[in-house]
Design a protein around this ligand. Structure first.
Ligand SMILES: [Fe+2]
Length: 254
């Protein structure tokens, strides 16, 4: 099976369409989606419609659950709170019922998908120690699974059971040991460059490849402004210091 792995679409139709266009060229058998279809962006209904049409294996993210009233927005930044309140008002019945049907995790056999961590859609899994812990839990609770897919941090990342972080600039070869993969965000970049990010996971060839595609950010920001939403929603730029720190860690292999 060859999958396109998506996360954190955040109602960004322009970014999602660019990814789906690229994936058509890649050629895949199915889609895995690690949640946060809505929130921040201007097109919640359109994005839910597209993911539903793909018949993706999709879990609920914290933003999806907040819109449904199943989580509170108390941990959200003001930008997220404003957009979630707007989203709640414009969400169609069809989109709402699709979101209501999403589980918090999915076990496909070789791959388990969750939003933040296996325990909690609001938890950020971002350190090697956390990844090692999650992979140990994966082994206990899903012994047949080799891959744990999470999103939520909006940052593409791979980490193995020894806490090693393989270079995401190259296609990864899947080994016997378990691996945590985060495809990065489709719809809200938290990297220095604005791109729509996703991952190609080929279980037959044993490879995972991080992808980043350009999209029409100008049109995306104009749509946000037209709805009274913040154009910042497309890009929460990291501090230069944070970006350098993560870059150094990746170069040193952990
Ligand atoms: Fe998110």
């Amino acid at each position: 099976m060859r999958y396109a792995v998506l996360a954190d679409i955040h109602a960004n139709r322009h970014a999602l369409d660019a990814v789906l266009q690229a994936v058509r060229t890649d050629g895949v058998d199915g889609y895995l989606v690690a949640g946060d279809l809505v929130g921040y962006g201007a097109f919640p209904n359109e994005c839910v419609e597209r993911i539903a049409a793909l018949e993706a294996a999709c879990v609920a993210g914290n933003h999806d659950l907040i819109v449904l009233g199943q989580l509170t927005d108390e941990r959200c930044i003001p930008l997220a709170k404003t957009s979630l309140a707007w989203t709640r008002n414009v969400l169609t019945d069809d989109a709402r019922s699709y979101l209501e049907g999403l589980p918090r995790s999915i076990d496909t056999g070789p791959v388990v998908i969750a939003h933040g961590s296996l325990d909690d859609p609001q938890e950020y899994t971002r350190t090697p120690a956390q990844a090692v812990d999650q992979l140990a839990r994966l082994e206990r609770e899903h012994p047949q699974a080799r891959i744990l897919v999470v999103g939520h941090t909006h940052r593409p990342w791979a980490c193995d059971t020894a806490g090693r972080e393989p270079d995401r600039g190259r296609a990864l070869t899947l080994a016997e040991e378990r691996l945590l993969l985060n495809p990065g965000a489709v719809g809200q970049s938290r990297e220095l460059r604005v791109r729509a990010r996703y991952l190609l996971l080929d279980l037959d060839q044993g490879s995972a490849e991080f992808k980043a595609v350009r999209y029409d950010t100008r049109a995306c920001r104009a749509a946000l402004v037209a709805r009274g939403l913040s154009p910042r929603s497309t890009h929460l730029r990291p501090t230069l210091r944070g970006a350098l720190r993560r870059g150094r860690r990746a170069l040193s292999g952990g």
